[in-house]
Design a protein around this ligand. Structure first.
Ligand code: AVI
Length: 333
């Protein structure tokens, strides 16, 4: 993953302190996971560590940037094609929101989709409960059941979730933060939890001109750079590490061969990072690979859906063909 915002950690990283005074706040498994990535020949970290509380707020700011087209383009597709999408999905479903956060995207579709039950899933219970409490007042006729679940591994929906007409909602192109084989594995787990008459409504970012992609992930005022660099503060907190953020720079580019935007943090100078139980030297120009954001064509994503046990059944896009909302049905076994 895994990593999508679904697994956002929502922790708070304190200001930088000398390594000797630092304490690791991460759980043992987290520390082992990050250490293995930092010591790998090509240093890498899971993008889930981008999302401490500041990281989550920086991501919200990214969504408002003129360069970051996915959020507004997806919203424009729902605004323009909402009635058609609702006809395909059907009303009266059990709408299961994967990585719901503040539930705003799903809530904007309630008038069209008129779900019978709404099941938002997020890793943070407090965050969800607050959002669902407010939503239930606005839509008292929709049954709501908030679930705090980590979707990184196998998951099973509890008995209180209606078994019929389960429609999984996964907007925002978060699926792109999985490598394709991980995306298939994740969507297979979703398929296992879908009823025979269930489906999936998903946002997919499409391949486009490299210049558009490069600037979407390296904006003029540096919000995405701050989002990426903030991971180092988070790692300092989780590992008790002594990353000096000023010694690193944000690098992002479209890798056409892999069909993904890559984000890296690059050492601006020769340096050594220490943390509890490890250290690594980085030469000037060495990088830590922090995120991939895969881009698809509608055809290649339909193929991926088929490999996960879904049959593509309708898609909607914007005039420029930059983003797609796709609907798929659970294919019969
Ligand atoms: C959350 N996810 C879909 C974003 C993306 O576009 O891959 C995360 C992001 N990374 C940099 N900018 C936005």
């Amino acid at each position: 993953m895994s990593m999508t915002r679904t697994a956002a950690l929502r922790t708070v990283a304190p200001e930088r302190a000398p390594a000797t005074h630092r304490t690791a706040h991460g759980e043992r498994a987290t520390i082992a996971d990050i250490t293995a990535g930092l010591l790998a020949p090509q240093a890498a970290t899971s993008p889930k560590y981008l999302y401490d509380s500041l990281g989550s707020r920086l991501f919200e700011a990214i969504c408002e940037l003129p360069e970051y087209y996915p959020t507004r383009t997806e919203a424009s597709i729902f605004a323009r094609h909402g009635a058609d999408i609702a006809r395909r999905v059907g009303t009266g479903s059990t709408l299961i929101d994967l990585g719901a956060g503040n539930c705003a995207k799903a809530a904007s579709l309630f008038p069209l989709l008129q779900p019978k039950q709404y099941v938002p899933i997020d890793i943070s219970r407090e965050f969800l409960n607050e959002a669902v409490g407010r939503l239930q007042q606005r839509f008292p006729h929709i049954a709501m059941m908030a679930l705090a679940l980590d979707l990184a591994g196998h998951f099973a929906l509890p008995a209180g979730v209606e078994a019929q007409r389960r429609v999984f909602f996964y907007p925002g192109s978060s699926i792109g933060n999985f490598a394709p084989h991980e995306a298939i594995a994740f969507l297979r787990r979703v398929r296992e939890n879908a009823s025979h008459d269930g489906g999936l409504l998903i946002g997919v970012d499409l391949i486009k001109d490299a210049a558009v992609l490069d600037s979407a992930y390296d904006d003029a005022i540096g919000v995405t750079a701050a989002f990426n660099l903030n991971m180092l503060r988070h790692l300092n907190y989780l590992l008790g590490a002594d990353f000096d953020v000023r010694q690193w720079q944000h690098v992002a580019f479209f890798n056409a061969e892999e069909s993904r935007v890559e984000m890296h943090l690059e050492a601006r100078t020769s340096l050594t990072v220490q943390w509890q139980g490890g250290e690594r030297h980085f030469a000037r120009g060495d990088r830590i690979h922090t995120e991939d954001s895969y881009k698809y064509t509608r055809e290649s994503f339909a193929d991926l859906l088929a490999q996960a046990g879904f049959t593509a059944d309708g898609n909607w896009t914007d005039d420029a063909g930059w983003f797609a909302v796709m609907h798929a049905r659970a294919a019969s076994a």
